[in-house]
Design a protein around this ligand. Structure first.
Ligand SMILES: Cc1ncc(COP(=O)(O)O)c(C=O)c1O
Length: 313
């Protein structure tokens, strides 16, 4: 990243992350010893799935939704996780505890097909697997992004049809998104706004994308983007609170003229968009609808944490 570029994954600097412990295949080890083989299918081919989750007051927010997506994705690519949901919760909890983390932590859980016998593509060559890694970092999204907003540039790279690589896969290979991000950066923006194969506004390279027009909240149909947990929560919150919400096709014409725009993702919750292709959106920071949805989402997280506490007894 250039010095003054930003991303929705900007976090407040935290030197404690230099010395965290990381879960690798059953062991919780210091960061500098957390390694996987160069024969690992994730390293070699991007053949694996991951989930990003946030820890709030000792609970992984919307844990069940994340597990639904992870298990569905792994089933779809015949990747046997070899662990149940509660095993995963347990390993995440133990990793957080080993680092003294209770809240303001973010985890990247990665599951690959595992170590291969030969450096080639065939999945059957992954004889030792899966590889399971959980990196849990101290993490507070940078508050400056809430005031400043993120700058988007529309990029040539699209998130495509499900019969090439289904955009719903949270796969280790993010090359499609990395290319989009590079294109955005080279255009002087922070993140890439990706269209769908028909030219409608779709998503960004790392987050889901929403606009607000005339008191209505719009997002793409969902056919060509990540089935984001935060995206769905925002849609559900709109419905529950009488805010008109539409999953629909719309073009850059409507995006440029939006009253507000914001991104959604587990890391940053709702991040305001300041400009698209150099055109200012709203006042730059979070507009009234974005602020309202942020507050509703914060309450929903708190409610989910209490529900999980209660369920665990
Ligand atoms: C391309 C893309 N879109 C959206 C998201 C946001 O998904 P979620 O809200 O489940 O964190 C992610 C995060 O994994 C992503 O990689």
């Amino acid at each position: 990243m250039t010095q003054d570029s930003h991303s929705t994954h900007d976090a407040e600097a935290d030197p404690r992350n230099d010395d965290i412990k990381i879960y690798v295949n059953g062991d919780i080890v210091p960061k500098d010893q957390a390694v996987v083989s160069v024969y690992d299918s994730g390293f070699m081919l991007g053949d694996g799935m991951w989930e990003g989750m946030r820890l709030y007051d000792g609970e992984w927010a919307f844990f069940d939704d994340h597990m639904d997506r992870l298990f569905n994705s792994c089933k779809a690519v015949s990747l046997d996780i070899g662990l149940g949901r509660e095993d995963i919760r347990d390993l995440l909890d133990r990793t957080a505890a080993a680092n003294g983390m209770v809240t303001d932590a973010h985890c990247r859980l990665m599951i690959t097909r595992g170590r291969k016998a030969k450096p080639f593509q065939h999945p059957a060559l992954s004889k030792w697997g899966p590889t399971v890694v959980a990196i849990v970092e101290h993490s507070k999204p940078a508050t400056s992004l809430q005031d400043r907003g993120i700058r988007l540039a529309t990029v040539p790279q699209v998130r495509g049809l499900p019969n090439s690589q289904d955009p719903k896969f949270n796969s280790h290979s993010k090359l499609n998104c990395v290319i989009a991000c590079l294109q955005a950066e080279q255009a002087g923006a922070d993140e890439g706004l990706m269209l769908d194969p028909h030219g409608f506004v779709n998503t960004t390279n790392a987050c889901n994308f929403f606009i607000v027009r005339g008191g209505e909240v719009w997002t793409s149909t969902g056919d060509y983007c990540m089935n984001g947990v935060t995206r769905q929560k925002v849609i559900d919150l709109c419905r529950a609170n009488g805010i008109p919400v539409h999953e629909k096709n719309y073009s850059l014409y409507e995006a440029y003229g939006a009253d507000e725009a914001f991104l959604t993702g587990t890391f940053g919750a709702q991040t305001p968009v300041a400009e698209i292709d150099g055109k200012p959106i709203g006042s730059g920071g979070a507009g009234p609808m974005t602020q309202r949805l942020r507050a509703l989402y914060k309450d929903l997280v708190a409610q989910n944490v209490i529900e999980q506490h209660t369920a665990r007894g």
